[in-house]
Design a protein around this ligand. Structure first.
Ligand code: ADP
Ligand code: ZN
Ligand code: ZN
Length: 829
């Protein structure tokens, strides 16, 4: 559209539709100062005032000459980009997500853009701790950039608003973005999290001392006489196997500390050097060759035929069948065509693992996208994908939002995993499901893989909307493990079970340890955590803001809330009755690891769970140590079941299998089977089988029986009949409405009112309102309403419209204005 000049040659007034990252239903129209007409294009960001005194970076969706109806358009404040930072396809995708998952486009924008693009007036910035090293050596800072830096030197932390008003700069957001991308300033998000500094300290051993045997020996014995501490750390440093020694990593060792290292530096036994580090550590692969097995070759041919029909493909392959190499065939092919590829995985841990493996075979740069990377790195990756510079992205669910220009293939590995769903914040999207739309948008191929495909996708196979290909052989010929169901009720009667490990399980662990096999003790932590309870009155210590018992953390020796993060010390006495006899109840991974330590005092035990993993390389570190045999028993949670390929596991014990069978939602059987099956697939290696031991009170449970007889699809058929009968997915869609309010009664009444509106139209599809298991979270009382939606697009549209209408009607009542209404589409998917 060319609208810079009107018919008479005068400058016309341009209005722009701007999307701001806030949860509101509509976009807003702003006016462009006519001087800027030629710079304004769709897809760039502009700074706009929104609400009282708030400034946001919004995205220009479209241009027009029509002023908005009903209000006076304000001027945009700044233009932030000189070219589009979002593509038309991305905007379409955002709108689809907002529409389908019943959130607002502003919510999607906030999730989709890395924070480098999301400046707003309250955003806090600070000088980068490493900036002073650099600032004075950079010659191309413009005066504005210089002013901002000087201001930050004097002020420390400042909000964008403060910078704007103090410096009276107009284009301040642009200046800040530029400083940010040069690594001279930090943004709020990184002030809170641990940022990755631009420089890192490296320890260098003084070669004059250590490369000569005589002087090395002299130095060591001198240290041994003077200071054991220095001596110990020096030994540790000398034995540190990876070069160079990154000081920060070294200091993570329990017996290392900075003052000692400084003393060693003073003695000139070592030097500490500051070196710049790579920002975006992209990996370039080796392009090694491989040969497909007959079965893999066949699978590739069949998948290609499915793609040729224009359908997505599901690869159902047993663990170890080598699905990765089948994906790789298509990844290579599409990259060779010059198109981009997205490889989605359910877990960060898995991402690092897969990148390691896949880069052996692929000679391209791999962009990795997940939340363990800093927002800075994500901003940089975003720009390089947008420019088409990076063609291959591996990541978790949010990688769906990387700005592909021409996406040729999406791979969704471990398709059945629940972590593809975002539960924490709006939009509550499911990455695998959204991938179907993204693939359609780009005309890309879609390849799903799993050893235990979800019932939803299998239903699509039955309906012929997805083509299925199977691989039944494991590449390394690993025989199925021997499976033991240990009947706890019987064992208890025999006195062979005291609440944790039974005698047969203990015996099996001892045996595995003597054979030097790796042992995993698996514990799904969900809903089963240690808490403090009063022996006298039974009251447990609850969160001050949520109706849930606080979880005990041994490492920090305090209590924390799993919902809101609230922390407190362990009280001295019961708040209810004043008794001093408080005891720890429940079992978490920490407790299990501790108990195992007592039972097997010589075994080296480690944990693998969210809590023991803080940085992105911790995953790999623990797994590597386990593989190398530096850990004998690994205590792990769900994280371990997600397709991580660990060699040489001889035994997996699940102390409490029943817990997995009793997750209270309609999918519990499907889920339980998937988790057990995934675990089972981790056992054994190179023709050697291993053991899988489940402790249960219900050895006859249909899931366990199906597992023993390897009847996943038979179990599914039974389950599907039930789901059909009771109107559950995949035969119906579900939408859950959540109503929250600080006052319990208001919350209840609002939910009742809301339900009444729905019942007038769709009575038989409405369940509730009811109170969820955790009734209060962050001081808000929750009511839930469940809607079963017929599975056709017309009905879905009509139901959603009705829900929006009910929300509006509720909020029009002054009584319930402040009630929060949230919609969760496909809530259990
Ligand atoms: P899956 O994802 O199906 O469980 P993987 O792709 O992880 O299986 O493969 C299992 C193991 O077998 C990996 O170590 C992989 O390198 C190896 N493998 C599979 N197929 C081949 C092949 N054709 N050539 C060499 N190694 C293979
Ligand atoms: Zn809480
Ligand atoms: Zn008490």
């Amino acid at each position: 559209m060319y609208i810079e000049f009107g018919p008479m040659g005068e400058k016309v007034t341009i209005f722009v539709e701007v999307l701001v990252p806030v949860p509101v239903p509509k976009t807003y129209t702003y006016r462009v100062p006519s001087d800027w007409n030629e710079f304004i294009i769709p897809g760039i960001r502009v700074a706009v005032q929104f609400g009282y005194r708030k400034v946001y970076a919004g995205i220009v969706l479209s241009l027009s000459e029509e002023p908005p109806v009903g209000y006076q358009a304000q001027y945009i404040l700044e233009i932030l980009d000189d070219k589009s930072i979002v593509t038309t396809k991305q905007l379409k995708f955002w709108h689809w997500i907002a529409d389908y998952y019943m959130s607002y486009p502003g919510d999607v924008m906030a999730t989709a853009l890395p924070s480098g693009f999301r400046l707003q007036s309250e955003t806090k910035i600070a000088l980068h701790p490493d900036a002073d090293n650099q600032m004075y050596s950079i010659t191309d800072l413009d005066p504005k950039e210089w002013d901002v830096l000087q201001f930050l030197v004097s002020k420390g932390i400042a909000s964008l608003d403060e910078v704007r008003s103090k410096l009276e700069q107009k284009n301040v957001l642009k200046t800040i973005k530029s400083l940010y991308m040069r690594g001279l300033i930090l943004m709020e998000e990184e002030l809170k999290e641990n940022y990755r500094p631009k420089f890192e300290e490296i320890v260098e051993l003084n070669p004059e001392v250590w490369e000569n045997e005589a002087s090395a020996n002299a130095a060591i014995s001198a240290l041994e006489r003077r200071s054991m501490k220095q001596f110990n750390q020096m030994i540790l440093l000398l034995g540190w196997n990876n070069k160079p020694i990154v000081l920060a990593e070294f200091l993570r060792h329990p017996s290392a500390d900075r003052p000692t290292i400084k003393q060693l530096e003073k003695k000139e036994l070592l030097y500490i050097r500051k070196v710049p580090r790579d920002h975006l550590k992209l990996r370039r692969g080796d392009n090694r060759n491989y040969e497909l097995t007959e079965e893999q070759f066949q699978a590739v041919i069949e998948i290609r035929a499915i793609f040729n029909e224009g359908k997505p493909a599901l690869l159902e392959g047993v663990t170890g069948s080598g699905k990765t190499l089948v994906y790789l065939e298509f990844i290579r092919e599409v990259l060779n065509e010059g198109r981009q590829v997205l490889y989605l995985l359910p877990e960060v841990a898995l991402t690092e693992h897969v990148v390691d493996r896949i880069s052996k075979w692929l000679g391209v740069e791999v962009g990795v996208w997940h939340h363990y990377y800093s927002s800075h790195e994500r901003t940089e990756l975003y720009e390089r994908v947008l420019s088409g510079d990076i063609k291959f992205v591996v990541g978790t669910r949010s990688a769906l939002f990387t700005p592909f220009v021409d996406l040729g293939l999406i791979v969704v590995d471990e398709e059945h995993e629940t972590s593809f769903k975002q539960f924490e914040k709006r939009p509550y999207f499911h990455a695998r499901d959204a991938a179907f739309y993204l693939a359609q948008l780009h005309g890309s191929k879609l390849l799903l893989g799993s050893a235990t495909p979800s019932y939803e996708i299998q239903q699509l196979v039955i309906q012929d909307k997805v083509g299925k290909v199977q691989m039944l052989k494991s590449y390394h010929n690993i025989p199925a493990p021997e499976m033991d169901l240990l009947n706890l009720s019987d064992l208890k009667k025999m006195g062979a079970w005291d609440g944790f490990l039974s005698e047969p399980a203990k015996h099996a662990i001892t045996e595995a340890l003597t054979k030097q096999q790796r042992v995993v003790v698996y514990h799904n932590r969900k809903g089963y955590v240690p808490y403090v309870q009063c022996d006298l009155c039974g009251v447990s210590v609850e969160c001050a803001h949520c109706d849930i018992a606080l979880t005990y953390y041994k490492s920090s020796s305090n209590l924390r809330c799993g919902y809101c993060g609230f922390q407190q010390a362990i009280p001295e006495k019961c708040t209810a009755c004043g008794s001093h006899s408080l005891t720890l109840k429940g079992t978490g991974t920490e407790k299990i690891a501790e108990d195992l330590g007592i039972m097997f005092p010589t075994a080296r035990i480690a944990r693998f769970d969210q809590q023991s993993i803080k940085k992105r390389d911790d995953f790999q570190k623990i797994l590597l140590a386990f593989e190398r045999g530096e850990i004998d028993i690994l205590v792990g949670t769900q994280l371990l079941a997600k397709g991580i390929d660990i060699a040489n596991i001889g035994l997996i014990v699940v102390p409490d299998a029943d817990m997995l069978l009793h997750i209270p939602d309609y999918r519990s059987h499907e889920r339980a089977f998937q988790q057990f099956q995934q675990l089972m697939g981790r056992i054994g290696r190179d023709g050697k089988s291993g053991k899988f031991m489940l402790q249960t009170h219900q050895p006859q449970h249909p899931v366990l029986q199906a597992l023993i007889h390897q009847q996943y699809n038979e179990l599914m058929e039974e389950e599907m009949q039930q789901r059909n009968q009771f109107d559950y997915p995949p035969f119906r869609r579900l939408i859950r409405v959540e109503i929250r309010h600080a006052d319990a009664e208001t919350s209840y009444n609002a939910a009742r009112f809301f339900t009444e509106i729905l019942r007038k139209q769709i009575n038989e599809s409405v369940l509730g309102p009811q109170v969820p298991p955790v009734a209060r979270v962050k001081n808000k009382f929750i009511q839930q309403i469940l809607i079963k939606v017929p599975r056709n697009s017309k009905a879905i549209g009509a139901y959603k419209q009705l829900l929006w209408y009910a929300k509006d009607t509720l909020h029009a009542q002054s009584l319930w204005k402040s009630a929060i209404v949230d919609f969760l589409v496909d809530p259990y998917q």
